[in-house]
Design a protein around this ligand. Sequence first.
Ligand code: FE2
Ligand code: FE2
Length: 240
Amino acid sequence: MNFNNETAVKEIAVSSPAAARVLEEAGVDYCCGGNRSLDDACAGTGVSSEEILARLRASNEPARPEDADWVSAPLAELTDHIRQKHHGYVREAIPRISALLEKVKAKHGANHPEIKTIEGLFHQLGQEMIAHMQKEEMILFPYIERLERARNGGGTLERPFFQSVRNPIQMMMNEHDGAGNLAKQIRKASSEYTPPGDACSSYQRLYSELHEFETDLHLHVHLENNILFPRAVKIEDEKC
Ligand SMILES: [Fe+2]
Ligand SMILES: [Fe+2]
């Protein structure tokens, strides 16, 4: 591990899933803001870059069964994993969390107006993510899979209507920024997912589900921004 306070956080996150979890737990943005140095990314989190480096050195967390090596696995396996694990999770979590928001708003909305704010933010986030994932599944992922097949000798590749894979990638990265900002606003409106003293069990479950949704979004965006997209651009550059 040769990281220092100038290392880009995405480089740290890509090095291993356990390192990404150290950043996630410390509240350091390693997905949308992955190009920043560790020092810059730590600003405002309450954790110093030295502390993060110490935690990375001390981390001896064993690999988890889901910790595949996405830096070298075939891209078609990575797009499949993103579809099944992350897109699948988002699609089943949105109606569940929306129903909880409805229930908690009916019971606590009068005393806790922030619930209505969170509901509005989550509704927007959910709608944007559904449309975003559809674009990835219909256009970008199939193209990346064809690009990889062509590189491996599996047929020719016609120039797509979007000309270069960089174009839809840039669009998807902009949308990731938008989703990340909405999640940040939900975090703020919920006081970092801290239920109030009078919260019932549904209220507590709502905040823990919203927190889980944000954590999953970070990992999802990390796999795309920091691993899938740069690898796809590299294949396209090598072919041209
Ligand atoms: Fe995605
Ligand atoms: Fe995405």
